[in-house]
Design a protein around this ligand. Structure first.
Ligand SMILES: [Zn+2]
Length: 357
């Protein structure tokens, strides 16, 4: 599996270059090994957070850094654990956007509302990049101050336009070579019957409607728990080609676990959909706010109902092998601004078991 990119990121408005001149500011998004400050959010494992480069060196500088590190314990300063950045198809891109304190900007990408967080005194757009994206230049649309009253879904563009002073901020998406499997199978073996194809199409529409949910408030953290212990596959983005016909890429992470293993909600949220689907089997979709959702598939048992609020780490069902699968495992999906992104970017590095409350 390709490791999450902990890239040096320009936070200049252009999203390119590293800044020049007296106002040069550089942010480094990197994994933080220390536990989250107590009292400021969930406590399950290490965080990915934005750190500013410390200009101080030597013992005094380290002492200052240590003190600043503990400061949130004292005053609960508003910092947010961010995902690892990967500016590639299926990845997540963090972009600083302009806006006054207390007046969140409205940010859209491909006409979908984008999660915007206040982190260390700056507005940061956290943009999910579709797997289908071609490498090259992309752009987000930003309307300073329009985020507080904007609607979540259709019509978002008109509400942004009405607010005026909308600007575009470009950013670059690099290439990522996901694994491709070319398979030859007996003709007809992978084709669905008309009835199954119709069922799958209607279920797809329902699932797309569920993942279009955008609610407030924002999640307090973008660090997610691994819902079950077990080996993580690196199959996010894997594309299978049957007899020369490409299928949709794999949009989640498969975690091997015995049937019956309790599945824990990755973060606090509200159940927005449950169902028994043709491909995904028994499925639960949880809304965490700000367009961040998680999806759990192939369950043997669904233990929650639509509308139910779940605390982080609360059990929502059990691992199974329902739907089109060959063995028990959890298919774990993460959705941001209506696109499936790599769940690994939101998790602690492999090998660390999730902490449970
Ligand atoms: Zn899967």
């Amino acid at each position: 599996m390709q490791r999450p990119q902990n890239a040096l990121v320009s936070i200049a408005p252009s999203g390119r270059g590293r800044g020049r001149g007296p106002n040069r500011r550089i942010a480094v998004f990197e994994p933080r090994a220390a536990a989250a400050p107590k009292g400021c959010g969930p406590k399950d494992g290490p965080a990915y957070t934005a750190r500013r480069r410390n200009p101080h060196h030597g013992l005094f500088g380290r002492w200052i850094a240590a003190f600043l590190g503990w400061l949130p314990l004292l005053c609960c300063a508003q910092t947010v654990e961010l995902p690892a950045q990967a500016s590639v198809p299926g990845g997540v891109r963090m972009i600083q956007v302009p806006g006054a304190p207390g007046q969140p900007p409205l940010v859209t990408y491909q006409d979908h509302r984008v999660l915007v967080l206040r982190d260390a005194g700056k507005w940061i757009a956290v943009v999910g990049l579709p797997l289908s994206l071609a490498p090259g230049e992309q752009q987000i649309t930003v309307t300073p101050g329009a985020g507080a009253n904007a609607g979540p879904g259709p019509g978002i563009r008109s509400s942004a336009t009405a607010a005026g002073s909308t600007m575009s901020i470009p950013f670059t998406v690099g290439a990522k070579a996901y694994t491709e499997q070319r398979l030859r199978v007996a003709p007809g073996k992978v084709d669905l019957s008309a009835a199954d194809a119709g069922r799958a199409a209607s279920e797809r529409a329902r699932i797309l409607a569920a993942i279009a949910t955008y609610s407030s408030p924002n999640p307090p953290t973008l660090r997610l728990m691994q819902p079950v212990p077990g080996r993580r596959s690196s199959s996010f983005g894997l594309r299978r080609v049957f007899n020369g016909e490409p299928r949709n890429p794999h949009t989640g992470m498969d975690i091997a676990a015995p049937a019956g293993t309790p599945i824990l909600t990755a973060a606090a949220g509200t159940v927005v959909d449950t169902g028994d689907y043709f491909f995904n089997g028994n499925t639960v979709i949880v809304d965490h706010g700000g367009g961040l959702l998680t999806m759990y598939c192939h369950l043997s048992h669904i233990g929650v109902t639509i509308g139910q609020h779940l605390a982080a780490g609360e059990e929502l069902g059990k691992v199974g092998m329902t739907g089109r699968v060959t063995g028990p495992h959890l298919h774990y999906g993460v959705i941001l601004n209506q696109v499936f992104v790599d769940p690994a970017l939101f998790l602690a590095p492999p090998g660390r078991p999730p902490r449970r409350r």
